[in-house]
Design a protein around this ligand. Structure first.
Ligand code: MN
Length: 328
């Protein structure tokens, strides 16, 4: 499949300076896609800056150009661009804020035009040019086509950025959105020199020592409920302290619960400064968003969260009971 990116190409061709914008809590798709586009636009002689409200997660720092991503506090008074280009940003507010203003509004006031490239079906089309395909598994697939249509050949650096984008949004080629286009695109990346084992290890295998120690604490708390259909783990403040771990080290822990054969849902309850944070997961067709909503939280059907106030074990039991009731 090849999509035409003509309106976006025309906007880029008319621009000598481009301000790329990533979404808050950046993932591999927004970062990888923006860094790929940065390299391609620089190769065509354009001035490019990449902005993100939040700092680039450590796991993506090895990507080429990751150290060039700027926070909004680095914007200088007189900085102007021809084009503002959000990448993988489903709604204007997902780019975050600069002081009291939406970052998108504050930046577009410094730019002559706006255009976006995105793959969220819910995108309302908030730019002058909206290159949005809600059926694409990753924004990186659109960016890869765009780079080809800009006439820039793939190389190993571009391939690493695009791999980070595609692999992240497909759950390392395992989620239901993984289609033939993902594999065809990745075949092109391999032909361009992608070092697949090295990047797979950096992006999906490596973690901090403290993260492994924290996982050990969580696994030692693992219990099954509802005849093995619900896996429950807890992490107390003491567990974090023993592991020397940060709260970000707990982010993927809950998924370990779903690895157990027979488990249909998983819950991680962890203490932090805002209360008892709950991460809820389910395997489709089971869903947990309705459970999280009962406790004032929300999220996706199979990945949700909520925060309770109280004692760790009691809060955990309360949410676990609600999840048991939600098992189909
Ligand atoms: Mn994405």
């Amino acid at each position: 499949m090849t999509r035409s990116h003509k309106p976006l190409l025309e906007a880029l061709q008319a621009s000598h300076s481009v301000c790329l914008l990533c979404h808050v809590n950046p993932d591999g798709d927004t970062i990888g896609s923006a860094l790929a586009l940065r390299l391609a636009l620089m190769a065509t002689g354009r001035r490019v800056e990449v902005f993100c409200q939040d700092k680039v997660p450590d796991v993506f720092l090895p990507l080429p150009g990751a150290d060039s991503v700027r926070g909004f506090d680095s914007l200088s008074e007189g900085e102007r661009f021809d084009l503002l280009l959000p990448v993988d940003v489903s709604e204007a507010h997902r780019a975050g804020r600069i002081g009291d203003a939406l970052a998108f509004d504050a930046l577009s006031a410094r730019c002559k035009g706006t255009a976006q490239v995105d793959h969220h079906g819910t995108n309302p089309g908030y730019c002058a040019v909206n290159d949005v395909d809600g059926t694409a598994p990753a924004a990186g697939l659109l960016v890869k086509e765009l780079i080809a249509q800009l006439g820039v050949p793939l190389d190993a650096e571009l391939a690493a950025c695009l791999y980070a984008a595609i692999a992240t949004d497909t759950g390392n080629y395992s989620h239901g959105n993984t289609n033939a286009e993902c594999f065809r695109a990745t075949a092109d990346l391999l032909e361009a020199g992608l070092d697949l084992p090295a990047w797979n290890r950096r992006l999906f295998q490596e973690c901090a020592f403290a993260q492994q120690l924290l996982l050990g604490e969580a696994l030692s708390s693992l219990r099954l409920r509802a005849n093995g259909q619900l896996a429950v783990m807890t992490l107390s403040r003491n567990d974090f302290a023993r592991a020397g771990a940060l709260k970000e080290h707990a982010e993927t822990v809950v998924n370990q619960g779903l690895r157990i054969r027979g488990a249909r849902m998983a819950l991680l309850a962890r203490e932090d400064e805002t209360g008892i944070k709950m991460s809820l997961r389910a395997i489709a067709p089971d869903r947990v968003d309705t459970v999280a909503a009962r406790f004032g939280g929300g999220g996706h059907a199979q990945a949700s969260g909520c925060t309770l106030q109280g004692e760790l074990a009691a809060c955990c039991d309360e949410v676990a009971r609600a999840m048991e009731e939600a098992l189909l």
